[in-house]
Design a protein around this ligand. Structure first.
Ligand SMILES: C[S@@+](CC[C@H](N)C(=O)[O-])C[C@H]1O[C@@H](n2cnc3c(N)ncnc32)[C@H](O)[C@@H]1O
Length: 274
């Protein structure tokens, strides 16, 4: 396992600040809809919501619009700036939404935040540099009966190790190698979809253009860059995640796997009452 002090780290916040340029009302509504659907709630009124690794800040914004009291933090200062800019734009001077810089690995920082009804950490804990420690830390931040909503990269064995090498190389290289690796990723992840879309509809870019609809309001292009660059990078099989949180007295309420393929498995756990 790598440590958080390791130099090689993707500039997530830079990618998120570019994503914010394409953020519009329809993407925000997609983000809200994804929270409502997966959490099976029509709103989040009266709930404390912690967004660990808030990135662009889109899900903090969605949770706040659904009525939650929101606390957002991220390790990357540019991600923090993105989340702050969304707060300024949509909820200026709102005392029910706090945005801060902090780390999921910093136990003494986390201890100052109290306990939450919902802890949301989508695509984050595997990028901290110490996923096991991050699991340990977040498991301690949820009220009895509260929810933990996480997504974690699937362990594909050798394929995951190859991706780890590609991601590390991307972060250690100049613009030309980055471009080559981005093109390779585009080819690996999208060629089949482009061909299928063309054969079915005559438009090879149909899924690329409609990407936001099934992906929480995200963008195909910025997700591709996030994927090829996202480092540190760890992975886990769904059963490993399940076993860890079962051991911490959480019950699994929701699971969406990528069927052994590339991408994230999504989990909602509920902390047992005792
Ligand atoms: C793939 S992005 C996900 C952003 C957001 N959760 C979402 O769903 O769009 C991962 C984020 O995790 C943040 N991150 C990485 N290590 C972290 C840590 N130790 N503590 C908090 N955030 C961290 C990165 O800076 C980045 O903004």
């Amino acid at each position: 396992m790598t440590t958080e002090t390791e130099e090689v780290r993707f500039k997530f916040g830079k990618n998120w600040s570019s994503f914010l340029k394409v953020l519009d009302e329809s993407r925000i509504q997609e983000a809200e809809a994804s929270l409502k659907k997966t959490l099976e709630r029509s709103d989040l009124q009266g709930l404390r919501f912690l967004d660990v690794g808030s990135g662009s800040g889109l899900f903090s914004l969605a949770a706040r619009r659904l009525g939650a009291e929101v606390y957002s933090f991220d390790y990357d200062p540019q991600s923090v700036a993105c989340t702050k800019s969304l707060k300024e734009r949509f909820f200026p001077n709102d005392p029910a939404w706090t945005v801060d810089q902090g780390s999921a690995l910093d136990k003494s920082y986390l201890n100052t935040l109290g306990k939450f009804d919902i802890l949301y950490s989508w695509g984050v804990l595997h990028h901290t540099g110490n996923m096991a420690q991050a699991f340990e830390n977040v498991s301690d931040m949820i009220k009895p009966g509260g929810y933990l909503f996480i997504s974690i990269y699937n362990d594909q064995g050798d394929a995951s190790r190859r991706w780890a090498w590609i991601k590390r190389t991307y972060n250690e290289s100049g613009a030309f190698v980055r471009w080559i690796l981005s093109m390779y990723t585009l080819f690996r992840q999208w060629t089949l979809t482009f061909v299928k879309d063309f054969l079915k509809t005559g438009n090879p870019l149909k899924s690329w253009r409609n990407y936001a609809l099934n992906t929480r309001g995200m963008s195909a292009y910025y997700d591709l860059i996030d994927w090829v660059g996202g480092y540190p990078f760890e992975v886990a099989k769904p059963e490993k995640v399940f076993e860890f949180f079962k051991g911490k007295k959480f019950s699994l309420l929701f699971l969406k796997t990528c069927a052994g393929g590339i991408g994230c498995n999504e989990f909602i756990f509920q902390r047992n009452m005792n």
